[in-house]
Design a protein around this ligand. Structure first.
Ligand code: F3S
Length: 75
């Protein structure tokens, strides 16, 4: 099941992450959680518009794996 982040707030209250400027492009978040994170042309991670809601538990794993603490949850 995929859902754009705006509707995910309305369907189950899934917390949505974002990637801050600390990202050094190590790629761990994409390897761990490719239904949520992807890499842009400058090799920086970003959160995809259509998140795979069936596998959001991996977001926490990606946060732990990021070596520069570049992933945070939106308030
Ligand atoms: Fe960047 Fe951290 Fe992902 S460095 S590529 S946000 S694991």
């Amino acid at each position: 099941m995929a859902c754009w982040w705006k509707c995910s707030w309305d369907k189950g209250g899934v917390k949505i992450p974002f990637v801050n400027d600390n990202c050094i492009g190590c790629g761990a978040c994409v390897a761990i959680c490719d239904g949520v994170f992807n890499m842009d042309d400058e090799w920086k991670a970003f959160v995809v518009e259509w998140i795979d809601l069936s596998n959001v538990d991996c977001i926490d794993d990606a946060i732990w794996a990021c070596p520069v603490s570049a992933i945070q949850y939106k308030n």
